[in-house]
Design a protein around this ligand. Structure first.
Ligand code: ADP
Ligand code: MG
Length: 421
């Protein structure tokens, strides 16, 4: 776990002055996978693990960024610049992207300043995270959102959280090369303790669903990451867009798979390849599952909620084809335990984590059993932990935090309509 005091001290040693601290959480998605770039519904919850950025402004237009995880310090220009082509897949490009996109989109807040604009300034940044990287828990959005918050704060440029989330998504598209939907950045901004977020990715309407205290979410990291993830992700997105083009010709109201029904998909089946038909079928059915899951959660009908998770996993495995042997094994093991309501892969797929929704009274036993059985099935030692729903992005006032022995949120966030830095 990242200790904010430690991080601040490390920053002081490296950069010779005191930082402010910012954090944004990773996430699990309870249900609604690969629906967010189809204008659909998703139900993520923020993790109680975050990516932290200790930051202090510089007088020049240079960003010096150090990642504890990568043990590397990189120097980049702050402000507008073009993405590197082809993408290098270097971690600093997420920071570069966020800084470049924010320079582009943020409107001047104090037009009376000498430059007429509040530029994204140079800064020293120290990044440290307890979100596992590349495990489907969205360490990338946590990094983007935490850095974005830091850079905007130092530029004294308030823009609303939705714009921030969109800017971070654009940074990931243009500078990191993954054409992700908006779910990860939105939950990193809008997470709320004890709640999952029902998000309509078309209208961005948000509804926080209380998670009952009798339920626990187990994160089960398979400890594998198959290399194809980013390329396959973009390929799935292209398949969906190809399906929409055919559907829209027959049914002009359809702008995204969110608008289509399975009956409409069947009506154009002859014009689609089997692959595109199955990809679209997953998205359309998954969208309906998210709405059904929200109702089940509201009714405290955990059996139904769990069954919808199981269906989601099967559809991702067989029709969307983004699972892998290790995820399937993890899910089957979890599902074999009586106390587990449902289990599925979470995140983009091809490795990373599965989640299991478990009765609280049996969570320790379930976690031990899953660890034991997965290790004997795969030869890999998994990382299995209980996560509770955490808060969205925040700034921490370190001096007060040290003084009071706890960190203080700065301003409102988490969707409570509060003040933004
Ligand atoms: P996920 O978002 O599921 O963890 P991604 O492949 O989308 O996986 O994003 C992981 C990438 O994000 C890493 O390869 C790295 O470039 C960047 N990243 C995430 N966390 C950090 C960190 N703490 N320090 C530096 N880069 C990070
Ligand atoms: Mg990611």
């Amino acid at each position: 776990m990242v200790d904010p005091e430690d991080l601040a001290r490390e920053f002081e040693r490296a950069f010779g002055r005191s930082p402010r601290l910012y954090r944004a959480p990773g996430r699990v998605n309870l249900i609604g996978e690969h629906t967010d770039y189809n204008d659909g519904f998703v139900m993520p919850m923020a993790l109680d693990r975050s990516t932290w950025v200790a930051a202090a402004p510089r007088d020049d237009r240079t960003i010096v960024a150090r990642s504890r995880e990568y043990g590397e310090t990189m120097t980049i220009d702050a402000g507008t610049q073009r993405p590197q082509r082809p993408q290098r897949r270097h971690w600093v490009d997420y920071v570069r992207g966020v800084s470049a996109v924010l320079s582009d989109v943020a409107r001047p807040f104090h037009p009376s300043t000498s430059s007429g604009r509040r530029e994204i300034r140079g800064a020293d940044l120290l990044i440290a995270s307890d979100v596992p990287i590349g495990a489907g828990l969205s360490s990338s959005a946590a990094l983007e959102v935490a850095c974005g918050y830091a850079l905007l704060d130092m530029a004294n440029r308030p823009i609303d959280l939705v714009q921030r989330a969109r800017a971070c998504q654009r940074a990931e598209h243009e500078y990191a090369g993954t054409r992700c939907g908006l779910m990860d950045q939105m939950i990193a901004c809008y997470g709320r303790e004890g709640h999952a977020l029902m998000l309509d990715t078309r209208t961005l309407e948000r509804r926080w669903l209380p998670l009952p205290s009798t339920l626990r979410v187990l994160v089960c990291n398979t400890m594998v990451k198959h290399q194809l993830a980013s390329g396959e992700y973009n390929a799935r997105r292209a398949d969906c867009e190809a399906g929409v083009r055919v559907l829209a010709q027959r049914f002009p109201g359809i702008r995204a798979l969110r608008d289509a029904t399975l009956a409409q998909l069947d009506a154009v089946r002859g014009e689609l390849s089997d692959q595109i038909y199955r990809r679209c079928g997953h998205v359309i059915a998954e969208n309906a599952r998210v709405e059904a899951a929200a109702r089940a959660l509201g009714d405290a009908d955990f059996e139904t909620f769990g069954r919808l998770m199981d269906d989601s996993h099967r559809s991702l495995r067989d029709d969307y084809e983004v699972s892998c042997a290790e995820l399937d094994a993890m899910v089957a093991i979890a599902r074999g335990l009586g106390c587990v309501y449902g289990a599925r892969m979470t995140g983009g797929g091809f490795g990373g984590c599965a989640i299991a929704v478990v009765d609280a009274s049996a969570v320790d036993r379930a976690s031990r059993e899953i660890e034991k059985r997965y290790e004997s099935a795969s030869g890999l030692r998994p990382d299995v932990w209980v996560c509770s729903a955490g808060e969205g992005v925040s700034a921490w006032r370190l001096a007060e935090a040290l003084h009071h022995g706890e960190a203080l949120h700065h301003g409102g966030h988490g969707g409570r309509g509060g003040q933004i830095l």
